[in-house]
Design a protein around this ligand. Structure first.
Ligand code: FMN
Length: 200
């Protein structure tokens, strides 16, 4: 599948085949491509929690207004991000870069984020959202479907997955074999309402 087809065919699927299981090799293929997505300063803020335990899946479904894709999909990921990733051994984000690049970038990371709490949080959402799109497109490529989700109680899910105090949940994502097609697209805004030249 080419990228254009993946973009056109991707839809948010609500009903999945609960019997279908993704293999470990497939999940590895999916996630090892997802982590090639870009992040500011290559900080890779994302942390992905795969929820396997059926009891936890049930609890998360209850915290998600009963949405059935939480338990029916083959894969449930809670997309999280580390607010303090920027200051946790940042050298490792550039370990294979030439020394002069490291010497420039490591102080730049500190300058950009120190005491800038909004920037730290915004970056988590940017990184995580780009990774989310990679998951959805890779799922298409691999013959799977997906649904991004924020219709859940974030505090309850945080407790269920034991979220560290300096991490946030950005969204959830399910991946699996669709059982029911999505309804026709609800209505995209016309391009000229959302796309501008030079200024608003
Ligand atoms: C951040 C985000 C959160 C969403 N949360 C949910 C959700 O909780 N449940 C759901 O069924 N769909 C959810 N959706 C899917 C949207 O409803 C869907 O993307 C939108 O209606 C457009 O449809 P499409 O994705 O099939 O093109 C979410 C989408 C995004 C991007």
């Amino acid at each position: 599948m080419n990228i254009k087809e993946a973009i056109v065919n991707r839809r948010s699927i609500k009903h999945f085949d609960p019997e279908h299981q993704m293999t470990e090799a497939e999940i590895h293929e999916l996630m090892s491509h997802v982590i090639l997505s870009p992040t500011a300063f290559n900080i890779q803020h994302w942390r992905f929690v795969r929820v396997i335990d059926p009891a936890k899946r049930q609890q998360i479904q209850a915290a998600s207004f009963g949405q059935t894709q939480v338990t029916e999909a083959s894969l449930l990921l809670v997309l999280c991000a580390d607010l303090n990733a920027w200051e946790k051994q940042p050298k490792r984000y550039w370990r294979e870069a030439p020394q002069d690049v490291q010497d420039f970038l490591l102080p730049a990371i500190a300058d950009y984020y120190t005491n800038h709490h909004q920037a730290q949080r915004d970056e988590c959402f940017r990184s995580s959202s780009i990774a989310a799109m990679s998951i959805m497109l890779m799922a298409q490529e691999m013959g799977y479907d997906s649904c991004p989700m924020d219709g859940f109680d974030f505090d309850k899910v945080a407790k269920i997955i034991n979220l560290p105090h300096d991490h946030i949940i950005t969204m959830m994502m399910v991946v699996g074999k669709k059982k029911v097609d999505a309804r026709p697209r609800a209505g995209q805004l016309p391009l000229n309402e959302v796309f501008f030249d030079d200024s608003f």
